[in-house]
Design a protein around this ligand. Structure first.
Ligand code: ZN
Ligand code: ZN
Length: 459
């Protein structure tokens, strides 16, 4: 139903005096959520006097589908406080929200709840659990749930293959894919994303090309994500020219996300000419996207061309380009704490500052030189270093060190790419503090153990 017609129905229902029926209200709530008009859903929800599990579920799944994980989890907690027990639908949505925000503790609690209450753990619920465990970096647990599933459909296989791939377990992902081939489940978009990601991660160029051809032959139309992964495969294998020819041969219009992958590769390999052309093209396509400028300026920084780096920064200022503030979250004791760069409004800010400076001292003591050229110009080196130390993921990691004990794994979710210095420092922290740290950034998963990262320093 179209949004406008739905609204008409809403009006009619209110006028006819049926507006207060919980059934009608829940249907409206659902309708608005599906139209991505979540504020209207909230309004309807607030007006329901007696909210039953169906109404709560509709609200929670509305949030969850739109990626508003924290709101979904908050509603879930409120529902519990109101004494309403979750049903299967609520559980699937809540578990999906845990996957998005990396809330592993709550996810585990939900899993235990399902077992304890004897709720029928069907295909959908199990698949949600596999997905949640994998996205929280708990891949062993994901495998355990998956292997115990009596029936596995293509969605379940997809969650497992994708989950293995994002966790850097390329070989396992490809093995799972070939196991799937022995069943009735036909590969789809998601399974192929997992497969291509696994190939990209391990530099399996030959295999990647093979899977690509078979995908085309089987009639699956490649999506942007598949194209992006092929580009990633070439770039990670240092085949920059192949990456460029692949992009030129693509039958779709030039896409900024894919061009950015090329630019990242040029930056990594210090290929100035190609990189510059790509960056300028990107800036033409998306003149207001700060990331394009930031990448170009770090391309210049990578070849120590400070003059041109400053020019880009100036251009950003002149054009009033706003950068998206970095935001990282970590779950401690079942609550998700969010940290934004330079924001000290957290109630435990003082203790956080204490541990941050202790971390800085220890990291510095280990011989780390901050990569300050990647940050602001016209500030002193000391200030630059300070700016790096306040990057949101550092605050979240510090909070994790403050509030959890060894051997708890620190799991952080970040909205942007991890910067080079934070990546280095997190490796060092994982070694100095003997902690496994998992950072899921906008592009990929980083699993830091004993001074090394699962991305093999390519991201
Ligand atoms: Zn950083
Ligand atoms: Zn990494």
């Amino acid at each position: 139903m179209a949004f406008r017609e739905g609204q008409q129905v809403h009006k009619h229902v209110v006028q006819s005096g049926h507006g207060s029926s919980p059934f009608v209200q829940t249907s409206l709530l659902n309708f608005y959520a599906k139209c991505e008009e979540i504020e209207l859903s909230e309004k309807v929800f607030d007006e329901i006097p007696e909210r039953n599990v169906v109404a709560w579920s509709a609200m929670i799944s509305g949030y969850s589908r739109l990626g508003m994980a924290n709101q979904a989890l908050d509603s879930f907690r409120e529902m519990q406080k109101a004494g309403i027990s979750p049903d299967r639908v609520t559980l699937v949505s809540a578990i999906s929200a845990c996957a998005i925000s990396g809330a592993l503790d709550l996810g585990k609690w939900l899993h235990a709840y399902i077992d304890k209450k004897g709720i029928e753990n069907d295909l959908e619920l199990n698949t949600a659990l596999v997905n949640m465990y994998a996205k929280c970096g708990c891949v062993e647990k994901a495998k355990e749930v998956f292997e115990a599933m009596p029936v596995k459909d293509v969605k379940a296989w997809g969650s497992m293959i994708y989950g293995l791939a994002i966790n850097g377990l390329a070989e396992d992902a490809l093995n799972a894919f070939s196991r799937m081939g022995e069943t009735k489940a036909e590969p789809n978009h998601v399974t192929l994303v997992g497969v291509l990601m696994a190939c990209a991660h391990s530099g399996l160029v030959h295999e990647g090309k093979k899977y690509w051809s078979s995908m085309i032959e089987s009639g699956i139309e490649p999506s942007l994500e598949h194209y992006g992964l092929m580009v990633d495969l070439f770039c990670r294998s240092n085949l920059i020219e192949d990456a460029y020819s692949f992009v030129e041969s693509m039958p779709i219009p030039q896409n900024p996300a894919i061009l950015r992958s090329l630019l990242v590769a040029c930056k990594k390999k210090k290929i100035l000419d190609r990189g510059e052309v790509t960056a300028k093209h990107l800036i033409e396509l998306e003149p207001q996207n700060a990331e394009n400028y930031t990448l170009l300026s770090s391309l210049y920084a990578s070849v120590s061309d400070w003059e041109r780096m400053r020019e880009v920064r100036k251009q950003m200022k002149d054009r009033d380009i706003k950068t998206v503030p970095g935001c990282s979250s970590i779950e401690v004791d079942g609550f998700v704490h969010e940290f934004v760069m330079g924001d000290w409004s957290h109630p435990e800010a003082e203790e956080l500052k204490g541990i941050l400076s202790e971390i800085s001292d220890r990291v510095r003591g280990s011989g780390h030189e901050p990569w300050v050229s990647g940050v602001l110009h016209d500030t002193s080196d000391e200030e630059k270093e300070h700016a790096l130390c306040e990057h949101s993921e550092r605050l979240a990691i510090a909070y994790g060190l403050l509030r959890t004990e060894v051997p708890t794994v620190i799991r952080v979710v970040k909205n942007l790419r991890v910067c080079r210095d934070c990546h280095e420092v997190t490796k060092i922290i994982s070694r100095l503090y003997n902690r496994e740290i998992i950072v899921r950034d906008r592009v990929r998963f980083h699993k830091f153990i004993d001074g090394a990262c699962s991305c093999r320093d390519f991201w």
